[in-house]
Design a protein around this ligand. Structure first.
Ligand code: COA
Ligand code: ZN
Length: 310
């Protein structure tokens, strides 16, 4: 098991993209800066995609301009094509994340092109990123199964990761877009990648759609994986995948890791405050558990509840 884990916050991208109502730019900035203050080392703050496809994130550049860079937090953005890379580089992102699905149908739904065309387009993204010295990571959506096609062969995931490596990307993230991952699949996919693209660090991105997101993290930890993506309060979901729901909750993940003696460098109290803040902003109850219950040793006065007298 790793002794230290990097937790990447993706709520401002994976979460805000699926919200029905546009979250005002100033509110996004305040929430993300709260995450910075909680010590999140990397935040996927938005994406540079077509505003027609995802109007909720049209303000990516304005958001980045007002984020707190005093703590050295890395601000990453999702980018689907060269136009997105140019916009991201112009805005001054610290990292670019390209994305492609392991299943043709989801890629077509998500970015309106074939997998091969997405991959071919990443060459131009790499040229733009290399000119400006921005590191690029590759994300593989539907890496554990596709809501339209079903099983996704592990070799397909490995083949895309190998293309990422050949393009000069710095890491690969396996995205469980609609929560189809299970512990055996996590083990299988991690081992396959460690064998096939051993030089490429692996990150895992789980959605809790079927309630076993943190169980999948346990499977990943046992495989030595030390980078996990999560959304504060359990926000998240892809608008172009049927039945998508939230990511694993960052604060629940951090709580579990700390209880296991695994360091993250994150302040859990501050993170829970950010999660409660976004719940208030959105005006509905969100899935996060630890933000509601507190850590296990948050004690209560016996006066808080009645005594059961017969
Ligand atoms: N940023 C802003 N605008 C973009 C863009 C980008 N990265 N990429 C394309 N566009 C614009 C083009 O300039 C063009 O605008 P115009 O009609 O005013 O000339 C328009 O979008 C269509 O461009 P085209 O290249 O034909 O794209 P498309 O219609 O085939 O859509 C994507 C492809 C990738 C741009 C679109 O599907 C997309 O943004 N998908 C992202 C989905 C997503 O974020 N999913 C959630 C993450 S998992
Ligand atoms: Zn996701």
């Amino acid at each position: 098991m790793p002794r230290k884990v990097t937790v990447t916050e993706v709520g401002p991208r994976d979460g805000f993209q699926i919200e029905h109502d546009f979250i005002p730019t100033a509110t996004k900035i305040a929430l993300i800066n709260q995450l910075v203050d909680a010590g999140l080392p990397i935040i996927e703050f938005s994406s540079f995609v077509s505003p027609r496809a995802v109007p909720q994130l049209v303000d990516a550049a304005e958001v980045l301009a007002k984020l707190d860079r005093s703590r050295g937090t890395k601000f990453a953005a999702l980018v689907p094509n060269a136009k997105g890379a140019e916009r991201a580089a112009g805005a001054g992102v610290d990292e670019i994340r390209v994305f492609v699905s392991a299943s043709e149908t989801h890629n077509q739904k998500n970015v309106n092109r074939s997998i091969e065309k997405s991959l071919a387009g990443f060459e131009e993204v790499m040229r733009i990123a290399n000119q400006t010295g921005i590191p690029v990571e590759g994300a593989i959506a539907t890496a554990f199964g596709c809501p339209f096609e079903g099983e996704v062969p592990v070799e397909q995931v490995g083949a895309i990761a190998a293309r990422f490596r050949d393009l000069g990307m710095r890491g690969v993230s396996l995205g469980d877009t609609t929560g189809m991952a299970t512990p055996p699949l996590v083990v299988e996919r991690c081992r396959h990648l460690k064998e096939r693209v051993s030089e490429l660090p692996i990150a895992l991105h789980f959605h809790n759609t079927r309630g076993i997101g943190l169980v999948n993290v346990m499977a990943g930890l046992a495989e030595g994986i030390d980078v996990y993506e999560a959304s504060f309060a359990g926000l998240g979901g892809c608008p172009f995948a049927a039945g998508a729901t939230g990511n694993i909750c960052t604060e629940d993940l951090v709580y579990m890791l700390h209880e296991m003696g695994i360091e993250t460098g994150i302040d859990l109290d501050k993170l829970c405050a950010a999660a409660r803040h976004v719940e208030k902003v959105l005006g509905r109850s969100l899935p996060g558990q630890v933000m509601k219950a507190g850590p296990r040793l948050r004690l209560h006065s016996p006066d808080e509840v009645a005594t059961a007298a017969g």
